[in-house]
Design a protein around this ligand. Structure first.
Ligand SMILES: NC(=O)c1ccc[n+]([C@@H]2O[C@H](COP(=O)([O-])OP(=O)(O)OC[C@H]3O[C@@H](n4cnc5c(N)ncnc54)[C@H](OP(=O)(O)O)[C@@H]3O)[C@@H](O)[C@H]2O)c1
Length: 234
């Protein structure tokens, strides 16, 4: 089983680490405040805890949660992340008036620039921490989407396996450039929680069976939408 290093054991780091430990992954919780890493590791005595640097060195795959904090401020030696997959789930703040911030460059793309020798993957940002409380059987039956984006196909494949192991349906959304869209979805889910006063929500994508015998004329050429390459490539 792959080793997982959690850099920044807050809410998401703790639940993702514990869910992976439940599935048999080796997990090391790291934090700047050692008591927070220890708190997480006490839920599963197979896990370890210590500093962020130790977690980064331990993991083959790193979950990095200190949002908007340059890794050089979190770790003493960044070279331990070279060649490794670094997952991040950063979302944006929502104002009291429910205004979402305009996103020009994603948090994923910034982290990839800060860690040019690592393979940064956006994942889990539309999945609220509460959702990890469900059993894997329930998660599969709810068909909860884990949207991912990265420039590295091999990294996406590994994160896809990891997300499937946790019970999610992985949806590959393309390169790191598409992480902007996932962060907008992150803003949307946060707004939905506030509007509905309910954190037990999630996104699903339904793969529908194709209808061959179309009754309403199908897609015709459109000056508005340009080509329908996806149909031509089927
Ligand atoms: N919670 C959710 O349901 C959820 C769902 C999807 C996505 N997200 C996103 O996931 C990310 C993490 O969220 P979270 O809920 O886990 O937040 P959190 O509970 O506040 O955890 C953040 C972690 O980052 C660490 N950190 C913050 N500033 C740091 C610094 N200067 N140096 C070192 N470590 C630092 C914190 O350490 P300390 O505890 O010592 O401050 C903590 O371990 C955010 O971008 C959030 O938007 C959250």
């Amino acid at each position: 089983m792959k080793k997982i290093g959690i850099v920044g054991t807050g809410n998401m780091g703790r639940v993702i680490g514990l869910a992976l430990a439940n599935k048999g992954y080796e997990v090391f919780f790291g934090a700047r405040d050692l008591s927070k890493a220890k708190f997480a590791s006490e839920f599963d005595n197979q896990t370890k805890s210590g500093t962020n640097q130790q977690a980064a060195a331990f993991g083959d795959i790193i979950y990095y949660s200190p949002r908007d904090i340059h890794p050089k401020k979190v770790l003493d030696n960044l070279s331990v992340l070279d060649g490794k997959i670094v997952i991040e789930s950063g979302n944006w703040d929502i104002s009291d008036q429910l205004d979402a911030e305009e996103i020009k460059i994603s948090k994923t793309e910034i982290l990839q620039q800060q860690l040019p020798n690592s393979k940064v993957v956006k994942a889990f940002n539309t999945i609220l921490q509460e959702v990890f409380e469900y059993s894997i059987k329930d998660l599969k039956s709810y068909n909860i989407a884990c949207f991912i984006a990265s420039d590295f196909l091999d990294a996406k494949s590994e994160v896809s396996d990891l997300s499937s192991d946790l019970g999610f349906t992985t949806i590959d959304c393309g390169t790191v450039k598409q992480a902007v869209l996932l962060e907008q979805m992150g803003s949307l889910i946060r707004i939905l929680v506030r509007v509905n006063k309910n954190p037990w929500l999630s996104f699903s994508l339904t793969d529908l069976p194709e209808i061959k015998d179309l009754h309403f004329g199908g897609r015709t050429a459109s000056a508005l939408h340009g080509k329908t390459e996806y149909l031509e490539n089927r």
